[in-house]
Design a binder for this molecule. Sequence first.
Ligand code: T4K
Length: 369
Amino acid sequence: MNESIMVTRSSMPSIDEYMEEIKPLFESKWLTNNGLKHQKFEKMLKERLNVNNVSLFTNGHMALEVAIKSMDFKKGSEVITTPFTFASTIHAIVNCGLKPVFCDIKKDDYTIDANKIENLITDKTVAILPVHVYGHICDVESIGKIAKKYNLKVIYDAAHAFNEEYHHENVANFGDISMFSFHATKVFNTIEGGALTYSSNNLKPIIEKMKNFGIDGPDRVIMVGTNAKMNEFSACMGICNLRHLDEEILKRKKVYERYLERLSGQKGITVSQIDSSTKANYAYFPVLFDKNIFGMSRDDVMKKLEKENIFTRKYFYPLITDFDCYKDSFDSNLTPIAKKISEEVLTLPMYADLSLSMVDKICDIILGA
Ligand code: T4K
């Protein structure tokens, strides 16, 4: 049997490089709680992303929850967001006692449709939480203007967009806060991990305390915090992986270009092109299959590839509003574009070490060559 090809594969440094980085931990025995590696990694990220503040987290999800909590919104307030995302985005809003209000997405890049946001604003709206889904950068200018007009906060779920730039500005600088995921399946990983980036220096002490139980010194706890700190081994993985990020992204670019060459222009297949204003990270390769034109549905293609031991994923199906835990509270028919895309989308294998011959094989299977 051929080796299985999964939708992605973690990037890792060599064992030697990682061992070298973690060696001091075996002497210091300092494993977490803002250790030296954590401090080093935070500084490296701050410089790389060119942002005022970085806070490191145990994972992207907890980072997002802390980002929302740090804004101190009144319970029951509304947050305008997208249903076309991973469970985490909406769970974070709900876990913070807020109500998600779903806005439809754009046909071309699957990010929130800024033209439809204003209609959803009520006197309970406090924030917009858009997602740079697949690394497609949202319409940050329009979102920023709406937020200013109505005095709303903007928290970007930038889980997929690490290292990306829009008109030469790093995505880490948009909105009030951006959240990045450093999960093993991401372009850049710290095994599990995540980060918040933000310009306001006032937020730094709040966010840092919130992720450490609200502790403000040996005898003081000043807020109801949580535990969401990044540990030293994860920070070491981040330090090592950051050294190789540019070459990893370059390899992904080659995979992306080969897919594009093979699949774009095929009838019934839609591939999303990267906007010229974006410096991309090539996080995912989503493809839409229109059964009426292509002849096979997304599920048919998925099964056909599975027979050859190639495992794709339906990121993001079902739509969040169709989840068992949300379907009684929301109506997915109110966001018809998101619903249609979630029914047609398949994310193909995408990672730095995916060979171009494997990309050809995947495309041959899809196209029945
Ligand atoms: N917001 C958005 C928009 C997100 O997409 C995510 C996470 C978050 C927020 C929250 O961030 P984190 O809290 O996770 O930092 C995966 C990831 O667990 C999740 O991080 C990610 N989004 C989501 C889109 O995908 P699964 O359940 O699909 O992953 P899994 O375990 O099926 O892995 C997929 C493939 O990756 C495997 O088939 C092989 C490969 N893999 C997986 C693991 C775990 C590796 O190569 N190495 C590994 O260690 O959720």
